[in-house]
Design a protein around this ligand. Structure first.
Ligand code: NAP
Length: 350
């Protein structure tokens, strides 16, 4: 029997991606949806301004949306794509009521007992859920900000092989990262906005927790200096980032950096999960790789594309990476987290 899934924030850009990715999922089935009081009481097809390019799955279209702030959904666990203004209170309420909460929102990402998880990077951090105490069997697991995820996956093989001292990163982030309706059209079209509220702080801190070491006192953050500049660009899907990296090890040849990236693989436990892509990282030496329009769907949106790996005259190496922001950077990343929890017996029928 499939596990019954509730989606909090089901009407938003991330919530809709959950609905799409869960359609036909081998282990999970959507049985309940919630959003704000504006949507509550309506069938999903009327409450959601559907943005996906495939129709709403017919059974889900008829589900009556509930109020995320007042109703507890009838399901085995919840995904959260809630707006951050309410995610903290609502997710805590669910954890206290005994639900596993798999969240995209920022509110609990840096909480010392909450795993900030990318399964291919830090699956061992899941042990933190046994240290959470919500007065029930509930727990919260989060996935990173949509810009942090691509950068962290690109850095992971270099960090493991050589150590990293410094990263200077500039992001070029897609419009869908701002949800719907998102950035006003007069700001977005044929323009670049060199500011995304709160984003630089997330990109400078989340990779440190993700690459950090789990100890008896919590996650000891990786000792990397990261400086980020985040921009919004007129792209629909796919966050691109350019990064210059100083390694801890001296005199590493370019060939060794390329080998570390090309040979990076998920552990077999993770590679077997339904949403796991064939290749976690896709490196190409093509001088014009990667590009959001052409490559953000790689691995059904779960592969991070890496190109332009070359020497840097100031730091050691430069690279460009690309991740699909609403799939790997949001709903797909959360789905992979849930699959890992299910594979480890942490999600059960209620
Ligand atoms: N977009 C991305 O690429 C991305 C990536 C990673 C993480 N995230 C995070 O994921 C979350 C959702 O992002 P999004 O882009 O999907 O945003 P969005 O399109 O604005 O959707 C927000 C959702 O939250 C619901 N909501 C808003 N106020 C509420 C309230 N007072 N009570 C209950 N529900 C409420 C909305 O319901 P109504 O429709 O009823 O208003 C909607 O379902 C955010 O925390 C965001 O930071 C987004």
């Amino acid at each position: 029997m499939k596990l019954r899934v509730g989606i909090l924030g089901a009407t938003g850009a991330v919530g809709q991606k959950f609905v799409k990715l869960l359609d036909g999922h081998p282990w999970f089935e959507v049985t309940a949806l919630a959003a704000s009081e504006r949507s509550a009481g309506k069938p999903y097809h009327l409450a959601a301004h559907w943005l996906e390019d495939t129709p709403i799955p017919p059974k889900t279209a008829q589900i009556i949306v509930q109020n995320a702030e007042t109703d507890l959904l009838d399901c085995d666990f919840v995904f959260s794509g809630l707006d951050a203004s309410v995610a903290g209170d609502v997710e805590e309420q669910y954890a206290r009521a005994g639900y596993p909460v798999i969240s995209n929102a920022k509110n609990f990402r840096m909480h010392p007992q909450v795993p900030l998880l990318i399964p291919e990077v830090n699956a061992d951090h899941l042990a933190l859920i046994d240290r959470q105490d919500w007065g029930s069997s509930g727990f919260i697991v989060t996935n990173p900000n949509c810009a942090s995820v691509g950068i962290t996956l690109a850095l992971k093989p270099l960090y493991d092989a050589f150590g990293i001292e410094t990263v200077m990163v500039t992001t070029l982030q897609a419009l869908s990262g701002a949800g719907y309706p998102g950035v006003p059209s007069l700001d977005a079209v044929a323009n670049v906005v060199p500011f995304i509220g709160g984003e630089e702080d997330k990109v400078e801190t989340e990779p440190l927790k993700l690459l950090g070491k789990l100890s008896s006192i919590g996650v000891e953050p990786a000792q990397i200096g990261i400086s980020a500049q985040c921009t919004r660009v007129p792209v629909i899907e796919g966050h691109l980032a350019t990064a210059s990296v100083k390694l801890t090890t001296s005199h590493v040849p370019l060939s060794a950096v390329l080998k570390a990236i090309a040979s990076f693989k998920a552990d077999s436990e993770i590679a077997r999960l339904p949403t796991s892509p064939d290749r976690v990282l896709d490196y190409s030496p093509d001088h014009a790789f990667p590009q959001p329009r052409r490559h953000s769907q790689a691995g059904k949106g779960m592969t991070v594309s890496i190109g332009r790996v070359r020497e840097c005259p100031v730091l050691d190496f430069k690279l460009v990476c690309l991740a699909h922001n609403t799939i790997r950077g949001a709903a797909g990343g959360a789905l992979l987290n849930a699959e890992l929890l299910a594979a480890r017996g942490k999600l059960k029928h209620r």
